[in-house]
Design a protein around this ligand. Structure first.
Ligand code: XMP
Length: 487
């Protein structure tokens, strides 16, 4: 009779991972080009593509978040910075485009032309509504008005005053706004209420961007969707970000922890954004979160599979992303919880993404893939004529030196991540295009028209060790094949 410890071995589940599995082909009634890859990332937000970038300081700052949201995905801003820096990143994303800008930068009529120029330069904008102390619109001053003006003049002296200004009220449609902008050959349209208080600003530039990125992930005001990472223990950061972001992502390596649960319960009382919790890796963690944390809006799952993670190697603890996804998806289904799952870590190609989606994820989060993009923070590195970008784990020694995200990991002494270089991949738009095409092809093999159908009917199979080898090229000499890692 096996005893307690032998039972542990004998009853151990197989923690399968991406390379162990394949998607089985199924009867297909769709061509890959007809496959719909739109999905939900959290309870209240829909993406047009199931790709999310990791909250890491070599992956997601404002530029990445803007570029990815324009393609229909979502960037999660990293938290390895001050609260102010993270809030500023979120503001940049939200201001990048919108039908009606709400956070309008204005100037008073008694301020000087010099100040108007400075404000326009600082925010890279070409005009400022002029607003009195009572909040009422007085006019508008543009770069053209101040170009050769004396710096000492007052804004009131050079602005286009209210009597010559075209304004509109709330509720105006994009089509109507376009018609007015065209008719009057103007670039900016202030939105005012009945009393003349400034309520927003419509600009030609924003309308053009909306037409340029029809697939973008947007909020109801036409602004790009934005998410930001916080520690569950940093309530102040969460509250400040809540004013700007649509989604707050609780960002700890092991969320299934009493203190994290307690702090998240408190945090949930103070924010109105959707709150995604993680990372978790087991059925039981999902079960506890579903039953104890009222008001959460999704899960981020996978512990230790990340390309820069050494947690599983060093601490022998973890839950590979594919295994974690299936575990959490089962709990979500068993409890009838309406909580989308983000599979996070270890995704190298569209096939890995397809597998994670087939096993219950609604989106995949990628660090490595997006770190190689032009829009990721950091300069290009050239070695031997080849281009790379730096990529580091948030528990790597240099990321920990910045300290803001140190509480993501259990140990203060042990580095659970590494740092290195990833091949440069070009811009986010082309990487996303490649992933979307690959994902659609994989879903075509599986016979799934959309991600819902993939959840319902996809079948997977385990590969043997020999099969894993056969899945890659073999019996051929490939001088050009890149081997950036062991992938
Ligand atoms: P990929 O495979 O896309 O994975 O590079 C990115 C995910 O890895 C997690 N992450 C870490 N995990 N040590 C870890 O154990 C680290 O230093 C580290 N940094 C990031 C995180 O979940 C990310 O989304």
């Amino acid at each position: 009779m096996p005893g307690k410890f032998m039972e542990r071995i004998l009853k151990a589940p197989v923690a399968f991972t991406f390379r162990d599995m394949i998607l089985l082909p199924g009867l297909s009634e769709v061509e890959p080009s007809e496959v719909d890859v739109s999905t939900r990332v959290s309870k209240n937000f829909v993406l047009n593509i199931p790709f999310v970038s990791s909250p890491m300081d070599t992956v997601t700052e404002a530029e990445m978040a803007i570029a990815l949201a324009r393609q229909g995905g979502l960037g999660v801003l990293h938290r390895n910075c001050t609260i102010e820096e993270e809030v500023n990143m979120a503001r940049r994303v939200k201001r990048a485009e919108s039908f009606i800008i709400r956070d309008v930068i204005t100037i008073r009529p008694d301020q000087s032309v010099g100040e108007a120029i400075r404000i326009m330069e600082e925010h890279s904008i070409s005009g400022l509504p002029v607003v009195g102390d009572d909040g009422r619109l007085r006019g508008i001053v543009t770069a053209r008005d101040v170009r050769f003006a004396d710096y000492g003049l007052r804004v009131a002296d050079v602005m286009t005053s209210l009597d010559k200004l075209v304004t509109v009220h709330e509720g105006i449609s994009i089509e109507e706004a376009k018609r007015i902008l065209q008719k009057h050959r103007i670039e900016k349209l202030p939105v005012v209420d009945e009393q003349g208080h400034l309520k927003g600003l419509i600009t030609v530039k924003d309308i053009m961007l909306k037409d340029k990125f029809p697939n973008a992930a947007r909020d109801e005001e036409g602004r790009l969707l934005c998410a930001a990472a916080v520690s569950p223990f940093d309530l102040e950061r969460a509250k400040k970000l809540d004013k700007w972001v649509d989604i707050i992502v609780i960002d700890v390596a092991h969320f299934h922890n009493r203190n994290c649960f307690r702090a998240t319960k408190e945090l949930l009382k103070h924010v109105s954004a959707d709150v995604i919790v993680g990372n978790i890796g087991t059925y039981e963690a999902a079960e506890d979160a579903i039953t104890e944390l009222d008001g959460i809006a999704g899960f981020r799952v996978g512990i230790g599979s990340g390309s820069i993670c050494i947690t599983m190697e060093l601490l022998k603890a973890g839950s590979p992303t594919l295994f974690a996804t299936a575990q959490v998806a089962d709990a979500v289904a068993d409890y009838g919880a309406d909580l989308p799952i983000i599979a996070d870590g270890g995704i190298r190609n569209p096939g890995d993404a397809a597998l994670a989606l087939a096993l219950g994820a609604s989106c995949v989060m990628m660090g490595n893939v997006f770190a190689g993009c032009k829009e990721a923070p950091g300069e290009l590195v050239v070695i031997g004529g080849r281009y790379f970008k730096r990529y580091r784990g948030m528990a790597s020694p240099s990321a920990r030196a910045r300290r803001h995200a140190i509480d993501r990991y259990a140990s203060k002494r042990i580095a659970e991540g590494v740092e290195g270089l990833v091949p440069y991949r070009g811009d986010v738009a082309s990487v996303v295009a490649e992933f979307v095409e690959g994902l659609k092809a994989a879903m075509g093999y599986a016979g799934a028209r959309n991600i819902g159908e993939l959840h319902e009917s996809a079948r997977v199979a385990m590969l043997t060790e020999v099969g894993v080898k056969e899945a890659g090229p073999h019996n051929i000499y490939l001088p050009s094949r890149e081997t950036p890692s062991s992938a």
